[in-house]
Design a protein around this ligand. Structure first.
Ligand SMILES: C[S@@+](CC[C@H](N)C(=O)[O-])C[C@H]1O[C@@H](n2cnc3c(N)ncnc32)[C@H](O)[C@@H]1O
Length: 199
């Protein structure tokens, strides 16, 4: 019975993270970050995403939507960007991100904002707008509209980079991007995960 309840809770959380009200999403993510469930994301420096970021940042501005505790803002080569803005719905994740940036002496380059990425309004234009393992928490029907809105915050020559851990499971998002955007680069089909560069 207890196992059943735990499974039921996990299923509910998965649904609510996508479809729930902003305040419910925030509460779930806060609980998960505070409990250490996502601590493993803090050590990802070998991830192929860093090669893409180095090539497309052009020493400019990077916007990381759904940044979590900011592995990206702390692991990407500091010489490859001028400014980094991380946005996340969880203030627990944002607190961790800030502490990491201070410990890595990146507090002057990196800033963090606690907000819902479906309504967040950027204050400048970006060379890279990144959704790293975060776009699939938005309802599919909203993704096209949200990408269109953010596209007005891309600088001239700027790109979106989307990383997803499972290209088959999130095939509908891949198709949506390929249908409505110009894809400049796509990671190898041999990989289960996928990185798409587009505008
Ligand atoms: C799987 S984690 C990925 C974190 C980080 N980008 C990485 O790749 O390690 C997903 C992140 O998206 C954030 N997130 C999910 N829905 C969000 C929303 N609507 N607005 C802002 N952040 C959101 C979560 O709080 C969480 O930090």
């Amino acid at each position: 019975m207890r196992v059943f309840k735990r499974i039921q809770r996990a299923v509910n959380a998965r649904i609510l993270k996508r479809w729930g009200h902003s305040s419910i999403k925030k509460a779930i993510w806060n609980e998960e970050f505070s409990s250490g469930q996502w601590d493993y994301l803090e050590h990802t420096s070998n991830d192929p995403i860093y090669d893409y970021l180095a090539r497309y940042s052009h020493h400019g501005n990077v916007l990381d939507l759904g940044c979590g505790s900011s592995n990206t803002g702390n692991e990407m080569d500091a010489s490859t960007y001028r400014s980094y803005t991380g946005v996340d719905i969880s203030d627990s994740a944002i607190r961790k991100a800030l502490t990491r940036a201070i410990n890595n002496n990146r507090q002057l380059k990196n800033e963090y904002v606690c907000d819902d990425i479906s309504s967040y309004v950027p204050r400048t234009r970006y060379d890279v707008i990144l959704f790293r393992e975060s776009i699939f928490y938005l309802p599919n029907y909203q993704i096209k509209k949200i990408l269109n809105r953010y596209s007005s915050y891309l600088s001239h020559g700027g790109v979106f980079i989307v990383r997803m851990c499972d290209r088959r499971r999130h095939g509908s998002i891949v198709r949506l991007i390929e249908t409505h955007h110009r894809v400049l680069e796509k990671s190898s089909l041999a990989e289960a995960d996928i990185i798409l560069v587009f505008r």
